[in-house]
Design a binder for this molecule. Structure first.
Ligand SMILES: Nc1ncnc2c1ncn2[C@@H]1O[C@H](COP(=O)(O)OP(=O)(O)OP(=O)(O)O)[C@@H](O)[C@H]1O
Ligand SMILES: [Mg+2]
Length: 501
């Protein structure tokens, strides 16, 4: 019988007001990919932070081989062979790729000076293995999120690892980058490393993992062999009930055109984009990463100037100069990158949610606390945000609950046009379907909604019409009656001619 690389036994961890882990046990075998699953806030990241020495458990043991191990801090855990690829990126943006990868362990010459040539050489050797399009000297802050993730992975590969933890590694990766990641995982597996893989994406879980352990509300629910279970069974373990997957295509009447875009272009990013969006309608934008969808949203939100074309709101041409201007005109954007653009992690949940409207809530020189709390309570209930209270720092919430705070923030502005970019990235299956229902409900209430998504089931599920984009152009606009997986894939792959041509 093979012995586990490591074992966590009866781990308990509490935070003020939250029992994040309630006696959880978990083990990883050498050469196994072990998925850790559970709803947002179930305790997955916390368990891994205990293993990685970031948190000390209140009680319970960590065993490596036969021996008890104490992880006194992240560096200690790393020296014991535990490598952690975090859900939140933890890189120094001002430093180069090479400096980030070898931080604290830079190669030195005899006089103690950094050996820059050697540093570049070592780094580029790893980057080559990962097949990325940047080099050792690139400043990390200039990289896309996906590429920053690849830097974290590169850093992990420099350590002689016994176990590698991937906490939602694919959330911002393109399909091509995922292939590279899965190759890396398969190499590690062949070397006998134990891999812990956290993800909300069932498809990948069933593709790459050997076993699945499920947590719910900080409690261990069970471990199953991936080959002997299915999505439905795992979902039921996770949420304790069956999931209602009926499409919520409430066929309410569509209202007037709220937004019209005519021949909009933005340099090389996208060209000649035209569409209409009615009140009561959910318009999906589907395409590969780089197709220009996010850039269109950014233009509508005043973050980019178009190089040509017109934007009309309620039939009148407008120019949108800044996000403040967009908000004043009734356009809200829930951004793709909630960490960079959506949330202030140090601020509490309530203040994050009411941030854009603090000025309106002022009673004399003071902000009306009661009004702010009321707004928070309303959206906490509507979106089922799990937190012990509004005073909690946003940074302490689980990833999915952070996303819900951002959505709540923009909903509380009562926009006419609500744009959501990858609304359920990192969100568990149960909350995902809640958010889909919510988007349909908002449309039924008369909001005009744009949903940008890279997940085909998501766009198919929520949209009344779908715009398929390829390389900066609209290839085709589908109604929900005519769209299917095949013609949608064809349109976003650039096969066939575009609409305008
Ligand atoms: N530093 C902290 N302070 C207070 N509460 C915390 C802290 N870290 C986590 N929590 C709470 O512990 C619980 C478990 O959070 P955790 O981040 O482990 O969830 P998760 O399973 O990783 O969820 P997700 O899928 O959303 O990433 C949540 O209720 C969270 O709000
Ligand atoms: Mg997490």
């Amino acid at each position: 019988m093979t012995h586990p690389v490591l074992r966590l036994e009866n781990i308990v961890k509490t935070f003020p007001g939250v029992r994040a882990l309630d006696g959880v046990s978990f083990s990883v075998l050498p050469g196994e990919v072990h998925a850790l699953m559970g709803e947002n806030g179930a305790g997955k990241s916390t368990l891994m932070k205990v293993l990685g020495g970031i948190y000390q458990p209140d009680s319970g043991n960590i065993l490596m081989g036969e021996d008890k191990a104490v992880m006194s801090g992240p560096l200690d855990a790393k020296s014991k062979g535990i490598v952690f690829i975090h859900q939140e990126l933890s890189l120094a943006e001002e430093l180069s790729v090479a400096e980030n990868i070898y931080l604290g362990e830079l190669p030195r010459k005899s006089l103690g000076r950094v050996d820059w040539a050697k540093l570049s050489e070592q780094t580029n050797a790893i980057l080559e293995k990962l097949n990325v399009g940047f080099d050792a000297k690139t400043r990390v802050g200039d990289l896309s999120i996906a590429n920053q993730q690849m830097v974290e992975i590169a850093r992990a590969l420099t350590v002689n690892a016994k176990a590698v933890i991937f906490d939602e590694p694919t959330a911002s990766l393109t399909d091509a980058e995922k292939v590279v990641l899965f190759d890396v995982i398969s190499d590690l597996k062949n070397e006998g490393v134990g891999i812990i893989y956290i993800s909300h994406r069932m498809e990948e879980i069933f593709k790459i993992t050997d076993r699945i352990t499920v947590l719910r509300d900080g409690q261990y629910q069970g471990t199953v062999n991936t080959a002997e279970t299915d999505e439905e069974a795992v979902t039921q373990l996770m949420i304790g009930r069956k999931l209602d997957l009926t499409r919520n295509a409430s066929h309410h009447e569509l209202g007037d055109v709220a937004l019209e875009v005519r021949g909009l272009s933005c340099g090389k990013l996208y060209q000649d984009v035209s569409f209409e969006l009615r009140r009561g309608e959910v318009l999906g934008f589907y395409g590969l990463v780089g197709a220009g969808r996010t850039e269109i949203a950014e233009t509508l939100f005043g973050l980019r100037d178009p190089s040509a074309g017109q934007i009309l709101l309620d039939g009148e041409e407008v120019r949108i100069h800044s996000p403040a201007d967009a908000i004043a005109k009734g356009i809200s954007l829930v951004p793709e990158d909630r960490k960079g653009q959506g949330l202030v992690l140090e601020m509490n949940c309530r203040d994050n949610m009411t941030l854009p409207q603090v000025d309106d809530l002022k009673a004399g020189p003071f902000v009306a606390e009661g009004a702010e709390v009321a707004i928070f309570d309303q959206y906490r209930d509507q979106l089922d945000i799990r937190t012990p209270g509004w005073k909690q720092k946003a940074g302490n919430l689980s990833g999915g609950n952070q996303q819900k705070i951002v959505i709540g923030k923009w909903l509380s502005m009562h926009p006419n046009v609500l744009i959501v970019d990858e609304p359920t990235r990192g969100i568990d299956v149960g909350s995902k379907s809640e958010i889909h229902k919510l988007l349909r409900k908002l449309a039924a209430q008369g909001y005009a909604v744009i949903v940008i998504s890279s997940e085909m089931p998501e766009v198919l599920h929520v949209s009344d019409r779908i715009i398929a984009m390829y390389s900066g152009r609209i290839m085709r606009t589908f109604t929900s009656d005519e769209v299917n997986e095949d013609n949608l894939i064809q349109a976003i792959s650039g096969l066939g001619s575009n609409e305008a041509a």
